[in-house]
Design a protein around this ligand. Structure first.
Ligand SMILES: [Zn+2]
Length: 317
């Protein structure tokens, strides 16, 4: 009886959470824009085909996001998004925040070991400008980090951002904060033009912001080497209590907006590296949130590879 209880507990704790809601299919931009609901439709079709959903724990986004929004965004920004873009887009953007919160709650509470949030649009460019920035309205990952610190007492949060673009919004929120280590690989010649490696944080946050630009055509080896050289030592010194991933797959080969050449196998290797960090320092606690990725077929293939790796529970090899 005791052994059985232990087994079922272990199986539960080893589970991977999956956050999705049909509201995530709400269109935001007009026809011809790369940020479209078909991005997620392609992921859902590929996930069904993969057989992975049976191994995942479905998590519903949290509905109550008002308090968490204000951990990062100003009243003026929150009001301007609703006034400027309307109720449907505001509800969509809030649902993305609720998805990230639900994933953090489940991982911090031990209901699952790690989780993937399959939401759109992305969030890492969102700041407090009162308007959409780079397809982003609210900064899901930044809000998740603050929520984890305030609600779950996880003081040190590592954010790993492998999107093709630099997460200027995320960097700005934590630039002087030693409680959040922000690590980003990106093409700094692309939108939004930030991501200079000389920007390493300021004040108490000096050294806690790591930008690693990659050139067009960068391969799996290039991005894995960047992680090994710059992320691993910093993460081991930082000892995160939670790992968040800004999982953008516009860094994949054949993306419509990106020019890097990362393959699905490359994302598997990156996933294993961030899982190994989480295993070493925080019992595997990791939440991955979808950011970019604008070739629907490539995005879907990369997400399946990423989520399958999250379910492995064999990090570090
Ligand atoms: Zn991007």
């Amino acid at each position: 009886m005791w052994a059985g209880w232990r087994c079922s507990w272990a199986a539960s704790a080893a589970a991977t959470g999956w956050v999705y809601d049909p509201l995530f299919l709400t269109p935001v931009f007009g026809p011809g824009h790369p940020e479209q609901p078909r991005r997620l439709q392609a992921i859902l079709a590929a996930m069904d085909h993969s057989g992975l959903p049976a191994r995942l724990r479905n998590l519903a986004p949290r509905a109550d996001v008002d308090h968490a929004l204000r951990l990062v965004h100003t009243e003026a920004h929150i009001a301007a998004i609703r006034a400027g873009y309307g109720e449907a887009i505001d509800a969509l953007a809030r649902m993305g925040v609720g998805g990230a919160l639900a994933a953090v709650d489940a991982v911090a509470g031990g209901a699952v070991r790690n989780a993937f949030v399959c939401s759109r649009p992305p969030g890492h460019h969102a700041r407090n400008t009162g308007r959409e920035e780079g397809f982003c309205f609210f900064n899901n990952v930044a809000i998740a980090a603050r929520h984890a610190q305030r609600e779950s007492g996880l003081r040190r949060v590592l954010i790993v951002d492998w999107d093709y673009h630099h997460g200027d919004g995320t960097e700005s929120f934590f630039y002087e904060d030693p409680g959040v280590l922000y690590f980003s690989t990106h093409d700094w010649h692309a939108y939004p033009g930030t991501g200079d490696p000389a920007r390493r944080g300021a004040g108490a946050g000096a050294g806690y912001n790591i930008n690693v630009p990659l050139p067009c055509g960068a391969t799996d080896t290039d991005i894995v080497t960047a992680f090994e050289r710059y992320l691993l030592p910093a993460a081991d010194a930082f000892r995160p209590e939670l790992v968040l991933v800004s999982a953008g797959f516009d860094s994949r080969a054949d993306d419509l907006l990106g020019c890097l050449g990362v393959s699905d196998e490359g994302f598997v290797r990156l996933t294993r590296m961030v899982m190994a960090i989480a295993d070493r320092h925080c019992s595997g606690r990791l939440v991955s949130v979808l950011e970019g990725g604008y070739n629907p077929r490539g995005l879907a293939s990369a997400v399946v590879a990423h989520v399958r790796t999250l379910t492995e529970g064999q990090a570090g090899n």
